[in-house]
Write a protein that binds this ligand. Structure first.
Ligand SMILES: [Fe+2]
Length: 178
C-alpha cells in the first residue's frame, strides 16, 4: 500500500501535529498508526535541520574552546544522521513513504529555530535549544508509539531523547558562567 506524506490540508488523523502533516492513504487500514507516522516524519524533518546546524556549527565555530567544541559537534552531526536513518526506517517499515525531496521533508517541520548569529555562544545556545525541542518531539512520538504498542519505535525514540538531553546538558555546562 502506497502512502505519501503531503503538506497542508486535513485527512482527519488525530494526533499532536494538527494539520501540519497529512498522510495520503491508498486504502484505509485502521491498524496502521498514521498519527505516529506523521509525528515521525515531522521529527525526521527536524533532525535533518538539526544535523545540518551541527555540521555548520562544527565548521564555523571559533574561540578558545574550538578543539573540544569542534569534536563535540562532529560527533553530534554523525549521531543525528544515524538517528535520522533509524526514524525513517521505522516510517518505511510501517508502510508509509518518505517525501521524495529534502525540501518537502524539511517542510513538514515548522518549529526549527534557525540561527544566523556568528558568535560561538549564540550558535551553541541555539543548537542546545533545538536539541531540547527534538527531545520534546521525540517524547510526543514515543507516547504515540506506546499507544500503538510499537516497542521497537519506543526504544529508538528513547535513545534519541537520551542523546538530545545529554547534548543539551553538555552545551549548558560549556556555556555556564565561569
Ligand atoms: Fe570535520
Amino acid at each position: 500500500m502506497a502512502l505519501m506524506p503531503q503538506l497542508g490540508g486535513h485527512q482527519g488523523h488525530d494526533g499532536p501535529l494538527g494539520d501540519a502533516v497529512v498522510l495520503v492513504e491508498a486504502s484505509h487500514d485502521v491498524d496502521r498508526p498514521a498519527s505516529l507516522a506523521s509525528q515521525l516524519l515531522k521529527l525526521a524533518g527536524f533532525l535533518l535541520e538539526l544535523r545540518d546546524q551541527a555540521h555548520l556549527a562544527h565548521l564555523n565555530i571559533e574561540g578558545p574552546l574550538f578543539l573540544p567544541v569542534h569534536a563535540f559537534l562532529g560527533e553530534q552531526y554523525e549521531a543525528i544522521a544515524g538517528q535520522f536513518d533509524v526514524i525513517c526506517e521505522h516510517v518505511r517499515a510501517m508502510g508509509f513513504r518518505m517525501p521524495p525531496s529534502s525540501p518537502q521533508l524539511r517542510g513538514l517541520c515548522d518549529c526549527f529555530c534557525h540561527c544566523s548569529a556568528t558568535s560561538a555562544r549564540e550558535i551553541l545556545s541555539s543548537y542546545g535549544a533545538n536539541l531540547d525541542c527534538a527531545a520534546e518531539m521525540a517524547t510526543a512520538a514515543e507516547e504515540l508509539a506506546a499507544k500503538a504498542r510499537q516497542i521497537d519505535i519506543q526504544n529508538s525514540l528513547a535513545e534519541l531523547v537520551a542523546h538530545c538531553r545529554k547534548g543539551s546538558w553538555m552545551l549548558a555546562a560549556t556555556l555556564a558562567p565561569q
